[in-house]
Design a protein around this ligand. Structure first.
Ligand code: NAP
Length: 317
């Protein structure tokens, strides 16, 4: 009887311990084969990727906002040369038609869409027209932008709203409308054109800096939300380019201005839309299949602090 007093609690505790151990083991998958993680690199996929510069966009449909001028047009021509069909979209029909002629001359198909990215109904209509013409969307480049130099204390509410509306809201309108299509397709890539002042800030363009910072955050957020559905979202920060837009709005047109800008770039020069278009196209291409949620900065090192070099230059040391 005395023995039973000890044995019953002992057996009960042992049984409880066994049950707890089994629960732990199953929860941590200590029994049986673990589910295989899909982390292996599929080399056969890489071997199928054509080298940069060949027709690696063949059969793809790329939408580029602001694709009629400057960097947007250069990216459209680069992707057309590499086999893509293009949709270029902006407000000005003349910009679009002139770029479309150059794109057609490369043998690519092109759809021009007049729109204001600030209006979601314009953007949704662009997506419908694109699907009616090409049936799918592989690439979206959010490139359309508005900008002007203004001291922060002189910026009006209208000026602030115009730039935020085009850059931040416009990028969201296009990402949201095209993203829904890409989610159904289970593939696609979005590239957001930002600028290095998205993270450094820059006097004279507080509206644009704030908008681009928002776009960068949107990029990283969507990269995580949509990456698991086969959609890559990245940003690209080009360096100083003398485009018509930058000349008109940012006073890039004089030799003095360009020399001053070049003097602040460690590599000592400005860049061109054509040079930048190649990096942008890379990010949208199959070669960049594992790049997601990143920002590629191609500014010659412009945004980095110069440290003691300013003093050294001044003192001539
Ligand atoms: P750009 O030629 O002036 O490009 C801006 C484009 O946006 C134009 O094609 C314009 O076309 C379009 N656009 C403006 N408002 C629009 C709206 N409401 N709806 C639809 N489209 C609109 O200037 P860019 O220098 O090539 O700039 C291209 C991109 O690079 C921008 O995102 C800019 O912030 C960025 N970036 C430029 C530099 C530089 O040094 N140039 C440096 C860093 C980053 P329409 O007039 O026909 O509407």
């Amino acid at each position: 009887m005395a023995n039973l007093t000890y044995i019953i609690p002992l057996v009960s505790f042992s049984l409880l311990g066994l049950i707890a151990g089994l629960i732990f083991a199953f929860r941590h998958r200590l029994f049986g084969a673990r589910k295989q993680q899909n982390t292996a690199l599929d080399l056969s996929t890489l071997q199928r990727v054509p080298p940069v510069g060949e027709k690696d966009f063949a059969g793809q449909t790329a939408i580029i906002t602001g694709g009629g001028t400057g960097l947007g047009k250069a990216m459209a021509l680069e992707m057309a040369r590499r086999g893509a069909n293009l949709v270029i979209a902006s407000r000005n029909a003349e910009h679009l038609e002139s770029a479309a002629q150059e794109i057609r001359a490369l043998g690519a198909e092109v759809l021009t869409v007049e729109l204001d990215v600030r209006k979601i109904e314009d953007v949704e209509a662009m997506v419908e027209k694109t699907l009616a013409r090409f049936g799918k969307i592989d690439v979206l480049v959010n490139n359309a932008a508005g900008n002007f130099l203004v001291p922060a204390e002189k910026l009006t509410a209208n000026g602030w709203n115009a730039v935020i509306g085009i850059v931040l809201n416009g990028t969201w309108h296009c990402s949201s409308a095209v993203g829904k299509v890409m989610l159904k397709q289970k593939q696609g890539t979005i590239l957001n054109i930002v600028a290095n002042y998205a993270w450094s800030g820059q006097p004279g363009v507080v509206h644009s800096a704030a908008a681009k910072a928002g776009v960068l955050s949107m990029t990283r957020t969507l990269a995580v939300e949509w990456g698991r559905h086969g959609i890559r979202v990245n940003a690209f920060a080009p360096g100083p380019m003398v485009t018509a837009g930058a000349s008109a709005n940012l006073q890039y047109n004089s030799d003095e201005a360009q020399a001053l800008i070049a003097s602040r770039v460690p590599l000592g020069r400005l860049t061109s839309a054509e040079e930048m278009a190649k990096y942008a196209a890379f990010l949208c291409s199959p070669q960049a299949a594992y790049i997601n949620g990143d920002v590629l900065t191609a500014d010659g090192g412009q945004w980095l602090p110069r440290g003691f070099l300013d003093l050294q230059d001044k003192l001539g040391a």
